[in-house]
Design a binder for this molecule. Structure first.
Ligand SMILES: Nc1ncnc2c1ncn2[C@@H]1O[C@H](COP(=O)(O)OP(=O)(O)OP(=O)(O)O)[C@@H](O)[C@H]1O
Ligand SMILES: [Mg+2]
Length: 418
């Protein structure tokens, strides 16, 4: 048996004592976990906790396992929203068959469990959002566009092969299954078209399944929603990649406008190419896809917090208003870096310190903070005055967070001891 792990793999040591020589389906180890309503899969997929981290294990043909492991590694280098591969276990011993012969065992691909993630079935069964279908489709479209811009042909885009994570009131999507994916320098319209048509077909089928199980809201028509996917994809792709014809005098502001719009959509511009033509200057905007959001970087520089672009935008707004409050209270100007440190210590960390350990697995810390801000707005509206972050955090943690279910449990349904 051999294990191939990608450094840093210090956490992998705890995994080595698992019963790798036995079929994954037969494992009874106490470190195994259950994931509520996980996606539908052909392979045996199980989850384990080792050294405080959770991993997903998938038993799969060795050639495919190695391929998926390599590809997920490259997606991670590119900063793509996808699960992160830790390693593969190959050359496992044969298991004795009923006829006395041995059957060679498949390899096991180990990925890091995407923290706080939900499958689409979980989103629908827990009513996480008011309009789950629209949000899921938008998140998937954004994911597909991002992958396509990076040159990834997925070949198996579906709701089951996507994971979702709360993202400052919205939902962000991540690729979870890369078995069929291929990375190219860039994709042809045909390759992109295949992915989109295939995704629409699969999503339609998956929504019909939800409907049959009574999980789809009555007013959602699977065919209509599935048809929406290619339309939304085309609209976003067009916005990001279209070439524009500009007159020389409008160049400057139109370029700035275009870059702003692309940033607003959550994408970054790598390079701007301006070509002269007989009919004016043709503007060509090439978009970069690496997840290097402006807000994300700024929040990280100011506070050391690593969050998504949408969460960062939200948290920075709060930081700015805290800075204003400090300046007013202290009657002097407070530099942004100072305000960043103080906001982190006096506001953010204080809210986090209030979260009891038993509820820490419900939502990502930055997402809890976002929810506290929402709750503050809601309570302040009701009270007709600002209730403040501390009171809002207390009320949220006492009365809302305990009702947010955990997606990971021990077999039998008990919550994870953390
Ligand atoms: N790293 C991970 N983090 C969280 N959930 C995961 C992870 N890996 C797998 N899952 C869950 O397990 C499910 C099955 O995984 P996956 O799609 O890789 O299996 P599969 O058998 O290859 O699927 P398919 O039938 O599409 O080939 C996913 O839908 C997802 O819900
Ligand atoms: Mg799958």
């Amino acid at each position: 048996m051999r294990f191939i792990f990608r450094p840093p793999a210090e956490h992998a040591a705890g995994l080595l004592s698992l019963p790798w020589d036995q079929p994954l389906e037969d494992w009874t180890d106490e470190r195994l976990l259950e994931v509520a309503h996980r996606g539908i899969s052909r392979h045996v997929v199980r989850f384990v906790e080792a050294d405080g981290h959770v991993y997903a294990l998938k038993e799969i043909d060795e050639r495919l396992a190695r391929r998926e492991y390599r590809l997920l590694g490259r997606l991670e280098e590119l900063g793509m929203p996808a699960v992160s591969a830790l390693g593969v276990c190959v050359e496992r011993p044969t298991v004795a068959g009923e006829d006395g012969g041995g059957t060679p065992q498949d390899a096991v691909l180990v990925t890091r469990f995407l923290d706080y993630s939900m499958s689409y079935r979980y989103v629908f069964s827990h009513g996480h959002t008011q309009r789950p279908t629209v949000q899921l489709i938008d998140a998937m479209v954004e994911l597909l566009v991002r992958l396509h811009l990076a040159g990834l042909f997925w070949g198996d885009c579906s709701l089951s092969n996507t994971l979702f994570r709360p993202d400052a009131g919205g939902i962000a999507a991540y690729l979870v299954d890369a078995e069929t994916a291929e990375l190219h320098p860039s994709l042809t319209a045909g390759q992109r078209g295949f992915d989109i048509d295939y995704a629409a077909e699969r999503v339609g089928g998956e929504l019909f399944d939800l409907q049959a199980g009574g999980l789809l809201p009555d007013d959602v028509d699977p065919v209509e929603v599935a048809g929406e996917l290619p339309r939304r994809y085309q609209a976003l792709w067009e916005e990001l990649t279209r070439e524009e014809l500009l007159q020389p005098d409008e160049q400057r502001y139109r370029v700035a406008e275009r870059v702003d719009r692309i940033n607003e959509l959550g994408f970054d511009v790598d390079e701007i190419e301006l070509k002269t033509t007989d009919d004016g200057v043709r503007l060509r905007v090439r978009t970069q896809v690496a997840e290097t959001g402006r807000h994300r970087n700024r929040l990280y520089a100011l506070t050391g917090l690593e969050v998504t672009e949408n969460q960062a935008r939200r948290l920075l707004n709060d930081l700015t208003s805290y800075r204003g409050y400090l300046e007013q209270k202290e009657g002097r100007s407070v530099p942004e870096t100072v305000a960043g440190h103080r906001w982190r210590a006096e506001v953010y960390d204080k809210v986090m310190a209030r979260i009891p350990e038993s509820l820490a697995d419900r939502l990502e810390p930055a997402e809890i903070f976002h929810e506290v801000l929402e709750h503050r707005w809601f309570l302040s509206e009701r009270a007709g005055k600002d209730v403040g972050t501390t009171a809002a955090a207390k009320a949220y943690i006492d009365s809302v967070l305990p009702h947010t279910p955990s997606t990971l449990t021990l077999p039998g349904g008990d919550p994870l001891p953390r």
